[in-house]
Design a protein around this ligand. Structure first.
Ligand code: IPE
Ligand code: IPE
Ligand code: MG
Length: 257
């Protein structure tokens, strides 16, 4: 069942480990270029960083880790890079699902999956089904995902589900139709690789996330780098429109919901 959990309503405990971390894994190509390797070597190396992040999130008690693996715009890349990325995705699913399962990880893939090869679509379904009952960490891979696509598909499904309320929809009506309705909104958004943009990632869901940009290239993003991002997050004061003074009185037991 989908539940609407807007992070803009409740103030998470200060200095807590983020419940949900969303990452744009960028810089694979530049990592390879620096080493005079083909771009694809960077993508292969990047899979190791994914493994490290899953391990680190399990250790730290992060509940949701969401990784942008392939955007709806990445089809514009050279055909050979796209097809190598698809092969890497297939291989990663074939090799990692059992390990994820044994570690209590629930795997979800979000995005317009209809454009993928049927064999890949089947692997995705199998991986999701195999891990569906796990509760330690939800790992979401965004593949052929775009934030605008997500909002549009949610609006279209909402229009079909409740045509009678047309013109009167609230946030709470749309949110359950978004691709990640099963997760709270990201507390911490990280982008590696030096660019400071969202690149059509989770547009709706990042409304009140804390942003962290680092020049570190994704294949070099390790546990220490994640810890630095979390430490930065823990310094922030999340106010969601309120004042600092209100937050201070809130800790004394007053509510500002
Ligand atoms: C991110 O790394 C991975 C994908 C988009 C699939 P890039 O491939 O974008 O790496 P750079 O930005 O060229 O270094
Ligand atoms: C964003 O990276 C998408 C992923 C990491 C999957 P890009 O490297 O494709 O982003 P832009 O196009 O440079 O913004
Ligand atoms: Mg890039």
């Amino acid at each position: 069942m989908s539940i609407f959990k807007s992070s803009t309503r409740e103030i998470p405990r200060a200095a807590a480990v983020p419940r949900h971390i969303a990452i744009i894994m960028d810089g694979n190509g530049r990592w390879a270029k620096k080493r005079f390797l083909p771009r694809f070597a960077g993508h292969t190396k990047g899979v190791e960083s994914v493994r490290d992040m899953v391990r680190a999130c399990l250790e730290k008690g992060v509940e949701y880790l969401t990784l942008f693996a392939f955007s709806s715009e990445n089809w514009r890349r050279p055909q050979d890079e796209v097809s190598l990325l698809m092969q890497l995705f297939v291989k990663a699913l074939q090799q990692e699902v059992e390990r994820l399962h044994s570690n209590g990880v629930r795997l979800r893939i979000v995005g317009d999956l209809s454009r993928f090869d049927p064999a890949l679509q089947q692997l995705i379904r199998q991986g999701e089904e195999r891990t569906a009952g796990n509760e330690r960490l939800t790992l979401t891979i965004a593949a052929n995902y775009g934030g605008r696509w997500d909002i549009l598909q949610a609006a279209n499904r909402l229009a079909q589900a409740c045509p009678d309320k047309l013109g009167q929809w609230q946030e709470e009506d749309l949110a359950p139709f978004l691709a990640m309705a099963y997760a709270p909104e990201p507390d911490l958004f990280i982008r590696t690789g030096g660019e400071q943009r969202i690149s059509n990632f989770l547009l709706w869901q990042l409304a009140y996330s804390e942003f962290y940009f680092t020049d570190t290239l994704w294949p070099e993003f390790d546990t220490a780098a994640l810890e630095a991002a979390i430490a930065s997050y823990q310094q922030r004061e999340r106010r969601f429109g309120r004042t600092s003074e209100q937050l201070a009185s809130d800790t004394k037991g007053n509510s500002h919901a």
